[in-house]
Design a protein around this ligand. Structure first.
Ligand code: UDP
Length: 448
């Protein structure tokens, strides 16, 4: 295991960290696992990331970076399955990881699991091999249910129950914000001593400000367009209905402004493409759930008289997002719940201020008064006022943008990886001599 002092298994059962971002289930968690897997080997940790094989054409293993591999474990049918249909395959998935490790003649020093399904698989192996398991929930069902407007899309009790068990059993829990840490302790009963607040990261080189005029021209925007950008998956929890309402309020207050909301995200059908002048229609999106949500938002926008001010662009690769962040005037985060809100940090790295509701862990990625403004949850009037203030004051926008970029630089992925490693080290130190003595890491034969 040349140059590596630790061999970690990162488990991401229900979503492939190398999948295209912005689809139904691909977002911040995929980015977190992918970036962590890239950063860890530079600090001496060999990483195998395990995901469920959901595509018969995808290779069984792939390099993410030197010292980090992605392994696709067959468990259930090789096709996309929703998270609840996957729950019955956690045992098969765990058995597949074990078989893979044994074929390499070893095991792992530690399991780092992401999302509740992965923990259900990881805890079996961690127990069998007497190694620690550190878990990050990314989203918490009880909190999501509280935030959702109606009964639609509620997370079932089985997940709520499973998460309570995971919170109590994991050797360490990573929360992305103090708000999440409080939730883990108070609502899920996790022991405080096991909770560690470690935020998400951002790559300040991939996300950096581009010249505004060129970015606007490339997207076909006029100099006098006042652009509110929203980036993310398309689902009710992202609160696009609230953004439509806030936009209508803004328009009634300032009918003289050319207001435009640009939404980036949502997997689209192969042939569909948004042109610069007009957005996509519901039929352009590839999943029924996205089509339904886009239809609902468009209907709402038409009723509120802002249909022409709202444009869906579909998912774009991260390499294109700096253009959007640099062309916009404000990132408008309408979410009802965000465990962290990676897009706010990416926008910040591009010197774009954010306006959002103070929900979940968003206060970790948006520093109110520093890199943007957070208003109380559901305060549409406050949201509209804050957004108009940023749109209408170029000096304020520049000041917030500068501060946002400076702050974002402190969230480099290498620093996030070091923080996780420090917690892992403490877990490993607690192990008894025998537990450490008989181990041959599964990555011993892996090429780095
Ligand atoms: N993203 C992307 N292309 C898109 C939409 C989103 O690459 O069209 C990425 C975005 O850069 C960010 C992630 O998806 O890194 C979304 O993370 P966030 O934490 O904001 O939301 P989540 O999806 O986890 O709810």
């Amino acid at each position: 295991m040349s140059g590596f002092w630790l061999c970690a298994a990162l488990v991401s059962m229900h979503t492939d960290p190398l999948d295209t971002l912005g689809g139904d289930v691909t977002g911040g968690m995929n980015v977190y696992i992918r970036e962590l897997a890239r950063a860890l080997p530079r600090q001496g940790v060999h990483v195998d990331v395990f995901t469920r094989a959901a595509d018969a054409d995808a290779p069984p293993a792939e390099d993410i970076a030197p010292g980090a591999r992605l392994i696709r474990i067959p468990a259930g049918p090789k096709k996309p399955l929703d998270k609840f249909s996957q729950a019955v395959f956690t045992e098969e998935f765990a058995a597949g990881i074990r078989e893979f490790a044994e074929a390499q003649g070893g095991r792992y020093d530690l399991f780092a699991t992401h999302y509740w399904l992965s923990a259900l698989a990881g805890e079996r192996l961690a127990k069998a091999w007497s190694v620690p398991m550190a878990h990050r929930f990314h989203t918490i069902a009880a909190q999501k249910n509280r935030a959702l407007p109606t009964g639609d899309g509620r997370e079932p009790d089985a997940r709520v129950l499973a998460e309570t068990g995971i919170a109590k059993k994991s050797d360490a829990l990573f929360a992305s914000s103090p708000a999440e840490a409080e939730l883990l302790s108070e609502k899920l009963g996790a022991p405080d001593s096991r909770i560690h607040v470690i935020p998400c990261g951002v790559d300040p080189e991939r996300f950096a400000p581009l010249p505004r005029d060129a970015a606007r021209a490339a997207l076909g925007l006029r100099e006098d367009d006042h652009v509110l950008l929203n980036v993310g998956r398309i689902e009710p929890i992202k609160g696009l209905d609230r953004l439509v309402c806030a936009l209508a309020l803004m328009k009634s207050k300032r009918p003289d402004l050319r207001l435009l909301v640009i939404h980036v995200g949502g997997a689209i059908r192969g042939s569909a493409q948004a042109s610069n002048g007009s957005g996509l229609s519901p039929e352009d999106f590839s999943s029924p759930a996205q089509r339904e949500e886009v239809r609902r938002i468009m209907k709402l926008a038409a009723e509120a008289g802002v249909a022409d001010n709202f444009r869906f662009m579909g998912a774009r690769p991260q390499s294109e997002l700096s253009s959007f962040y640099s062309a916009a005037d404000v990132l408008a985060i309408s979410s009802r719940y965000e465990s962290f809100g990676l897009v706010a940090l990416e926008a910040a790295a591009c010197a774009l201020p954010s306006v959002g509701f103070d929900v979940g862990g968003l206060s970790g990625s948006v520093e109110t008064g520093g890199s943007g403004f957070l208003v109380p949850d559901g305060d549409l009037e406050g949201f509209a006022e804050a957004a108009l203030q940023v749109l209408g004051d170029p000096d304020l926008r520049a000041r917030l943008g500068w501060r946002a970029r400076e702050r974002a630089k402190t969230f480099a992925w290498s620093a996030i990886a070091s923080k996780e490693i420090n917690v892992w080290k403490k877990l490993l130190e607690r192990q008894t001599g025998d537990q450490r003595k008989f181990r041959r890491p599964a990555c011993a034969g892996a090429s780095a």
